[in-house]
Design a protein around this ligand. Structure first.
Ligand SMILES: CSCCC(=O)C(=O)O
Ligand SMILES: [Fe+2]
Length: 172
């Protein structure tokens, strides 16, 4: 199960007693969280509907340590957005995915085997690969995987729309 908390000063923090529920995370950020059985996720109706709705017909598996250089660890740690959803499923192992709340505070999502997350377009986030990991990554068009880094993304239209929609949801 995704474990989430407001990150303090320790970038490498792996656990906390002061956790947020999946509902709170969704309310604060729009991130969707699902628990999957890694042996049968392909038959799971929630998995299938995310794939079909977002047209994610390309995928690969990212393996740490096999695929992971020091440069890549640094690269995932750089705060960025995408103009489309980021959909990931942990097949084995663990990592941290950090997302910004509306006040620009980091919420850490500690994701482990079976956790699937959908990050909305325009949301600032980063990844910390700190142990063994096998992660399924799903893409609409692999050639078009693009990250827009901070601060350039502050002026990105998708990011601005994301912030507007969060404000509208909070106001209700
Ligand atoms: C390794 S977790 C997050 C990585 C990421 O943000 C990405 O692949 O775009
Ligand atoms: Fe990303």
């Amino acid at each position: 199960m995704v474990k989430a908390w407001y990150l303090g000063s320790d970038l490498y923090q792996k656990d906390s007693n002061d956790v947020l529920t999946p509902e709170e995370i969704t309310k604060k950020t729009g991130v969707q969280i699902f628990k999957m059985d890694v042996d049968s996720y392909k038959d799971d109706s929630r998995f299938k509907s995310v794939i079909e709705e977002k047209k994610l017909f390309f995928s690969d598996v990212y393996n740490n340590p096999a695929d992971c250089t020091e440069e890549q660890v640094k690269f995932f740690l750089k705060e960025h957005i995408h103009e489309d959803d980021e959909v990931r499923l942990v097949l084995d192992g663990a990592c941290c995915m950090d997302v910004r709340d509306k006040d620009d505070k980091w919420i850490r999502l500690r994701v482990t085997k079976g956790d699937m997350v959908v990050l909305p377009p325009g949301l600032y986030h980063r990844g910390l690969i700190d142990e063994y990991l096998q992660m399924l990554r799903m893409f609409e068009n692999k050639e078009l995987w693009v990250a827009v880094y901070r601060p350039a993304a502050d002026d990105n239209i998708v990011h601005k729309k994301y912030l507007e929609s969060r404000r509208a949801i909070e106001a209700n």
